[in-house]
Design a protein around this ligand. Structure first.
Ligand SMILES: Cc1cc2nc3c(=O)[nH]c(=O)nc-3n(C[C@H](O)[C@H](O)[C@H](O)COP(=O)(O)OP(=O)(O)OC[C@H]3O[C@@H](n4cnc5c(N)ncnc54)[C@H](O)[C@@H]3O)c2cc1C
Length: 373
């Protein structure tokens, strides 16, 4: 088996690993180890691709908002097309979700309450009797996730970074002031490891002898359904209820319908279950005058959460040179431009970027040590 030296080894080539590695490769010899035969096979390739700066816990709001400029004007050569396209979101409050609506509105910025007639002009399927209140968010967008992910991987490689696929970390040992990671592609060594293994991040930590932080992968499913005939669905907003029990987003001329499920599971190659998809379609149909005839295709992915719902980003307090970048939940795409710059600064022991600090995030807010007894 051959051995390869780097300054930093990043485990996982999803959006988290790819984006932080692109920044790190500027100043450090960096290698990404990915267990699958291509980057993005797991959660990153399975998202709903929404940028919603009013969605998520406190740090995610800060990081997502701090990433807005990147989405609008990425560095030269990063992407050959826009990374986002505007898609407003329409939040519908049915009977019984008053508390959820109050919670959502407490931290939301730039939301406008609109009447049912205006809402139906935006989304003609909307059932008049469903919402007791409608809130329009025009700050949301579709993200071209593949373009974003490939952009980071291209930036990484242009800076001399090395991506090794089919290289699952199977053993991780610390000796002589550095880490050795064993994979089917050989042994890789570096003084710093970045754990960006998504749903598997606690397992990777255990391999390295670190305490797991209690991450829980939660399955979320999506059904792709054909739209009504003769409708230009691509001009419609995303619609959802304020309690987040379903959502529907136009995509590629079809409708994505999700039950907004969050079923705790072990890390695995996730797939959707028919009954779960049926629940989402049933909830969607309560809100619209439209009958779904069949599901064309479906998928599921794992949204992975720490016990407090915030990401985990920082050096392990008890494991020298072992850095966590995990627990991005259902917000890991939209927050990646902000979180990757935040993480790279902490890894390189630099001050965090001013624009992120201006959003109220402190460098100690996401440290893994907050879960230590
Ligand atoms: C249905 C659904 C809808 C979503 N919608 C949105 C949305 O609209 N907006 C948004 O911002 N977010 C959304 N998300 C969440 C977002 O997709 C995730 O937060 C994000 O993709 C997590 O990225 P990651 O790189 O941490 O994980 P992953 O993409 O899963 O990457 C982790 C990588 O680590 C690799 N790995 C694991 N173990 C090892 C090992 N031992 N050795 C080597 N490699 C290893 C895996 O193969 C994988 O490629 C959604 C998620 C789902 C499932």
């Amino acid at each position: 088996m051959s051995s390869h030296d780097s300054r930093i080894l990043v485990i996982g080539a999803g959006i988290a690993g790819a984006s932080v590695a692109a920044h790190l490769a500027l100043r450090n010899a960096t290698t990404i180890l990915e267990m699958e035969d291509r980057p993005g096979y797991h959660t990153t390739g399975r998202s709903a691709a929404v940028y919603e700066p009013n969605y998520g816990p406190r740090s995610i709001l800060a990081l997502t908002r701090a990433g807005r400029d990147f989405y609008h004007s990425p560095p030269d050569g990063f992407a050959g097309a826009p990374l986002t396209a505007p898609r407003p979101s329409l939040f519908l409050m049915p009977e019984g979700q008053e508390e959820a609506a109050r919670t959502f509105l407490a931290t939301a910025q730039g939301i406008e309450r609109i009447g049912i007639a205006e809402a139906r002009a935006l989304h003609p399927l909307l059932r008049e009797s469903y919402p007791k209140a409608c809130y329009l968010d025009t700050t949301t967008s579709d993200i071209d996730v593949d373009l974003l992910h490939q952009g980071y991987l291209r930036m990484f490689k242009a800076r001399g970074g090395r991506l090794v696929c089919e290289a699952r970390a199977t053993a991780i040992t610390y000796r002589n002031g550095g880490w050795t990671v064993s994979t089917p592609k050989g042994e890789f060594t570096a003084p710093i490891i970045v754990n960006a293994a998504g749903a598997w991040a606690d397992q990777v930590a255990i391999l390295a002898g670190a305490q797991p932080v209690g991450l829980v992968p939660k399955r979320r499913s999506i059904a792709v359904v054909p739209p009504p005939a003769n409708c230009n669905v691509m001009s419609w907003p995303l619609i959802t209820d304020t309690g987040e029990t379903w959502y529907c987003k136009p995509s590629g001329g079809k409708l994505l319908v999700s039950p907004a499920d969050a079923t705790p599971v072990d890390p695995h190659d996730a797939y959707a279950e028919d009954e779960t998809l049926a629940v989402g379609i049933e909830r969607f149909q309560q809100a619209v005058d439209f009958e779904v005839t069949h599901v064309e295709r479906n998928w599921a992915g794992l949204r992975t959460f720490a016990p407090d719902g915030e990401p985990v980003c920082g050096y392990d307090p008890n494991c020298e040179g072992f850095f966590w970048l995990a627990g991005q939940g259902g917000y890991g795409i939209q927050s990646a431009p902000g979180l990757s710059r935040f993480a790279a600064a902490l890894i390189e022991r630099r001050p965090i970027p001013d624009d992120i600090a201006d959003q109220g995030l402190h460098e100690s807010d996401l440290l893994p040590g907050r879960f230590s007894a």
